[in-house]
Design a protein around this ligand. Sequence first.
Ligand code: GDP
Length: 221
Amino acid sequence: MPQFKFCATYVMSALQDAFFVTSVKSLQQLPAHVGVEVAFAGRSNAGKSSAINTLTRQRRLAYVSKTPGRTQLINFFQIDERRFLIDLPGYGYAEVPLALKKEWQQLLVSYLAARTQLNGLVVIMDIRQAFSPLDMQLLEWFYPSGKPMHILLTKADKLSRGASLTVLGKAQNFLQTNFPGVSVQLFSSLKKQGIAEAETVLYRWLNLTLPQADSGRSSRK
Ligand code: GDP
């Protein structure tokens, strides 16, 4: 019965209530609220939209981020009136003119620098291209803010279990030495791998209580 294959990880999640609110191209357009935000950043094509869809149990939520003209915007999703998920513009589009790249990066950087509601940053990295120069720039620049960061090594299904664990181990050592406190995990939207672990982090940053079924399986970050 393949439809029950992922039952263990597909418990109810508050994140599944997320809905698209708006896309903005400047900080002034961001909705005002007194709640908390968790943002997602990553190189284009690293699997950010897929990860947002997987974590919210929705097929097309972050599809909006893929619509032409919206890839360079900040996409704003609401879980409830006090909790929000923020999809930041992907970086590293090879085919985009430098001037435009700078504009997008400016939006990303100004959001991360200025948004007081931001409680944590999820950085999405393709496990086969993790810690690229642009990823490193983001880590080095954002780390001093003192806000928590969690890295999803996505597309873990593209490597064997052994190879993915090797990358994870190296990443953990690297972070422990260079960016203490930044956490990292394996993730696969395709295989629904790493959901409970990622949720543990997101729930904490969003001040949510973990559903009973998840709390036993997730290691605390
Ligand atoms: P984004 O540009 O960072 O939002 O990336 P997308 O989520 O659109 O994913 C880029 C490509 O990678 C798409 O073709 C996805 O189907 C694929 N992809 C995303 N996540 C995974 C994953 O966990 N495993 C595999 N094998 N492919 C994935």
